[in-house]
Design a protein around this ligand. Structure first.
Ligand code: SF4
Length: 441
């Protein structure tokens, strides 16, 4: 049996798959080690969406090469798994042929366990191809009371900046009943919050059943205390999913709806298939159904040819919607995407300046929105201690716990009892930077 170390980068889908792999590895009798220095085999579950994620993995491989040279008892083996393997795996393997034993793509990740016992097998590139099998989701290794539950894999969109369709292939939907059974199983194992995952989750379809059917069945039957889903595509988005939030109290009133740019010409270049007017109309309709919904988004600044005026459009749309949470990036070229060859790349300096303006704008909006929640009562699922907990404990005898409210806002509570893993009623009484101060009620 092998000692395995898992290292995971990127999206929630990667995290969900890694959690399942860790569970399966343990069931097969392998030992999961806490640090790479103790491992026989390191599995790096990679991400190719941004250059920084790829560079980080290259840096890690450099470190592992050094680690391997210092070892005298056994060789370190590395399985490079996931999106980077699909995208640039052969180049990486060539560069690190001394330590990277296997390239494993984004398909059938669980089957790699069949190869672990004998890593000198001939195959060097595995897990690529058309057949994708969903692994049963398991409770998160970080927080056992939460779980990511993949319901689809891959994407049929072809946004010009995105590597996902290339590295994860076309969309494949998971069996409806299998998802329901998996959801119930997770709740039986102690999971309180389920997050359904799909690259464009609104397009889920299986034997006539769609996302609202799935959410409703899970809300009614699984026993989960909180249910949410990621990621919605503005064009495909279904209003029924918001209506369910009004019917089922365990549906979190939270929606991640990336808009990427506030300018319709740029959206067209990005091949997003909606314009900004359509996007804003959707937001307005969503808020008519659920006025207190919390929205989050993804934004890219400095897409090729984006002018200053077009960036201003993004800023304007951003201020119109007023997102509670925003994941903001400056565009960087990804190899093997259509936008790689676009002319009119924006200067790095301009991208950074635009990003800085956006980030500062977001901070201002977020603190106003948080202030607007002062005095409200809700529930929160507590998942961790704050990094200041020990300091607070030394001063007050109480520790500090962080949780997420039902609408996904981060809150912080002082308590002499360990709150982790509990869903508790709270009152939000103040805001501090990006979090709400709360007390138990
Ligand atoms: S919708 Fe666009 S950005 Fe999202 S995964 Fe698909 S191709 Fe990528």
């Amino acid at each position: 049996m092998a000692k395995l170390f898992f290292e995971t980068y990127g999206c929630q889908m990667n995290l969900a798959e890694a959690d399942s792999l860790v569970t399966k590895s343990e069931q097969r009798g392998h030992t999961i080690v806490e640090c790479p220095e103790d491992a026989d085999i390191i599995i790096i579950n990679t991400c190719s969406v941004r250059l920084t994620a790829e560079n980080h993995v290259i840096g890690r491989l450099g470190y592992y090469r050094m680690l391997n040279k210092e070892r005298h008892d056994r060789d370190l083996r590395i399985i490079l798994m996931g999106c980077m393997s699909e995208n640039v795996g052969l180049e990486v393997k060539k560069q690190f042929s001394d330590i990277v034993s296997i390239l494993w793509g984004t398909y059938n990740k669980d089957l790699f366990l069949d190869y672990i016992e004998d890593l000198v097998v001939k195959q060097e590139s595995l897990g690529f191809g058309a057949a994708y099998s969903f692994m049963p989701a398991t409770p998160s290794k970080e927080y056992s009371f939460k779980a990511f539950l993949p319901i689809s894999h891959g994407c049929n969109k072809h946004c010009s900046y995105c590597i996902v369709p290339k590295v994860r292939g076309l969309e494949k939907n998971r069996d409806f009943q299998e998802i329901i059974d998996n959801a119930k199983q997770l709740v039986d194992e102690g999971v309180k919050e389920l997050c359904l995952l799909g690259q464009t989750i609104d397009t889920y379809k299986h034997e006539g059943k769609r996302l609202p059917d799935l959410l409703e069945t899970i809300a009614r039957q699984s026993g989960a205390e909180r249910i949410t889903f990621l990621t919605s595509h503005p064009r495909e988005f279904l209003y029924e999913t918001i209506e369910l939030m009004n019917t089922y109290s365990n549906m979190m009133p939270f929606l991640h709806l990336p808009f990427q740019s506030g300018n319709s010409r740029i959206l067209k270049l990005m091949k997003r298939n909606y314009n900004i007017e359509e996007y804003l109309e959707k937001v307005e309709n969503i808020r008519k159904i659920r006025p207190d919904i919390i929205l989050s988004t993804d934004i890219i600044v400095g897409f090729p040819t984006e002018t200053e005026a077009e960036f201003e459009d993004t800023l304007k749309a951003f201020k119109t919607v007023r997102y509670n949470e925003a994941f903001m990036y400056r565009y960087n070229t990804r190899p093997n995407t259509p936008a790689e060859n676009f002319e009119g790349q924006v200067d790095e300096e301009d991208k950074l300046r635009r990003l800085d303006i956006l980030v500062r704008t977001h901070r201002g909006i977020m603190s106003e929105l948080l202030a607007g929640q002062i005095g409200s009562k809700t529930t929160a699922l507590f998942d961790r201690e704050s990094k200041y907990s020990d300091k607070i404990f030394a001063e007050t005898g109480q520790k500090q716990y962080l949780g997420r409210t039902l609408n996904n806002t981060v809150c912080i509570v002082d308590s002499s009892v360990d709150l982790r893993g509990n869903v508790l009623a709270v009152e939000l009484y103040d805001s501090l930077n990006a979090v709400m101060k709360a007390k138990l009620i």
